[in-house]
Design a protein around this ligand. Structure first.
Ligand code: GDP
Ligand code: IMO
Ligand code: MG
Length: 429
């Protein structure tokens, strides 16, 4: 006991990997529960940068065991590449350290081809997906035609199911989308290879976690994506196809709610978004360039998975209050406070104007959300570089006030503030 959760409170890329790495020092198991390799989590240790897409960020701590939970959609080709690249850097990714729930669904080349075909067909209405096959893989799961990792333990059945899957998808690809068909034999041969490499990693995930929790081991659930990319609670249809929220942890790992300890929301000191969809506090021009950076620093706002420039805007407290409600957040961790240093004034969106009325909640429908105009509080900024600061009292008074304002307006405490990507660049409150 217990199960603590790291949840993205915005549109992803809040610094979940960085915070997971921080908290993993005290955890026995770190588990991913949703999404797939659409995620890109960056961890910086002593200047060395790790970019993880599927393997939980806990892997960098030698005493942590990692689990890819049943709620994830797993591209085995990407996983094996990521394992190889970590192994080259001296990190053990053997079956004792990295486990895969048997009921995790697999991504195939057909899912990726369909993701591309569907996005192309959407034209100007495109979601802006990461083209990793995420939506089509979850569609198969809900349609009850998906392939699961447990097939790695049964080569003949795997070969049959891959053949049937590729044949069925080829019909859709060629007849509906006019796309090229895939070679089922080639894919089946590839997946037979993947099975050989991965079958020793299979576990009954829920049983494994339950036993660990019963034996007093602590589990950290590492969120991917963020609350506003949640299939139900995000900016539908500009969302991902899973539940990155706290409810998704229970389903995506197979654990009960009585195990839950802390529910930690991660939010950037401003807001970013990759892909399409409404963004009430979005900025353009000079200030957007200032917050995004030019791409010369590793933490500038360019996607870890796709390299796309991220859209940026001021912190939106209407969103954070929504995230507190949806997830039952016990606390917030604020990242990238250092990026706000040097600004004379900082704006914080604290309400919206919608059709002549002021509202303080997040409307769920896109037409309303698109008409929302941000209502800002203007707070005084600070000039000092804070990347070397380690104590709250040493932060400039206006930076302390900024954090206090977030606590006051969201109703949950900020328990840590990150002032740089490195492991030590944190202020515990
Ligand atoms: P995730 O998807 O939520 O794990 O976040 P990403 O890794 O995609 O994006 C966060 C980026 O910000 C990464 O490049 C991190 O190294 C970086 N980062 C995290 N916290 C801080 C911070 O406090 N300050 C700065 N400057 N960079 C940070
Ligand atoms: P991490 O874990 C930011 C976005 C995509 C797109 C939408 C749907 O690094 O925070 P998908 O490929 O999931 O079907 O795309 O979701 N998206 C992310 N944005 N961070 C992520 O992950 C994301 N994962 C998906 O840009 O708008
Ligand atoms: Mg990311």
């Amino acid at each position: 006991m217990p199960l603590d959760m790291i949840i993205g409170a915005q549109w992803g890329d809040e610094g979940k990997g960085r915070v997971t790495d921080l908290l993993a020092a005290q955890a026995d198991i770190v588990a991913r529960y949703s999404g797939g390799d659409n995620a890109g989590h960056t961890v910086t240790v002593k200047g060395e940068i790790f970019k993880l897409h599927l393997i939980p960020s806990g892997i960098i701590h030698p005493n942590v065991t990692c689990l890819i939970g049943n709620g994830v959609v797993l591209n085995p080709a990407v996983l094996l590449r990521e394992m190889a690249s970590l192994a080259e850097r001296g990190i053990d990714v053997g079956p004792d350290r990295l486990k895969i729930s048997r009921n995790t669904h697999l991504i195939t080349p057909a899912h990726i081809a369909l993701d591309k075909a569907k996005e192309t067909r959407r034209g100007s209405e495109a979601i802006g997906t990461t083209l990793r096959g995420i939506g089509p893989a979850y569609t198969d799961k809900t349609e009850r035609t998906g392939l699961r990792a447990e097939l790695f333990a049964n080569p003949e059945e795997l070969a049959d199911q891959i053949q049937a899957h590729i044949t069925a998808k080829n019909e859709v690809l060629t007849k509906i989308y006019g796309a090229e068909p895939l070679d089922a034999d080639v894919v089946a041969a590839e997946y037979a290879q993947f099975a050989q490499h991965l079958r020793d990693h299979l576990v009954y995930g829920s049983v494994y976690l339950h036993e660990a929790l019963q034996n007093g081991r602590s589990v950290l659930a590492e969120g991917a994506q963020g609350t506003f990319l949640d299939l139900d609670h995000g900016t539908y249809p500009f969302v991902t196809s899973s539940a990155p929220t706290s409810g998704g942890v229970l389903v995506g790992l197979g654990v009960g709610p009585r195990m839950i300890g802390r529910i930690i929301g991660i939010a950037k000191a401003f807001t970013s978004r990759v892909g399409g969809g409404p963004f009430p506090s979005e900025l353009d021009g000079e200030m957007a360039h200032r917050l995004r950076g030019t791409g010369d620093k590793p933490w500038d706002e360019y996607g870890t998975t796709t390299g796309r420039p991220r859209r940026v805007g001021w912190l939106d407290l209407v969103m954070l209050r929504h995230a507190v409600r949806i997830n039952g957040l016990t606390e917030l961790v604020i990242t990238k406070l250092d990026i706000l240093s040097g600004l004379d004034e900082i704006q914080v969106c604290n309400a919206y104007r919608l059709d002549g009325e002021t509202i303080d909640f997040y409307p769920s429908d896109i037409p309303s959300l698109s008409r929302c105009q941000p209502v800002y509080n203007t707070l005084p900024g600070w000039q000092e570089d804070i990347m070397a600061t380690r104590q709250l009292a040493d932060l400039p008074q206006n930076a302390q006030n900024y954090i206090q304002f977030i606590t006051d307006e969201t109703g949950v405490p900020v328990t840590a503030v990150s002032v740089g990507p490195g492991r030590s660049q944190v202020i515990h409150l």
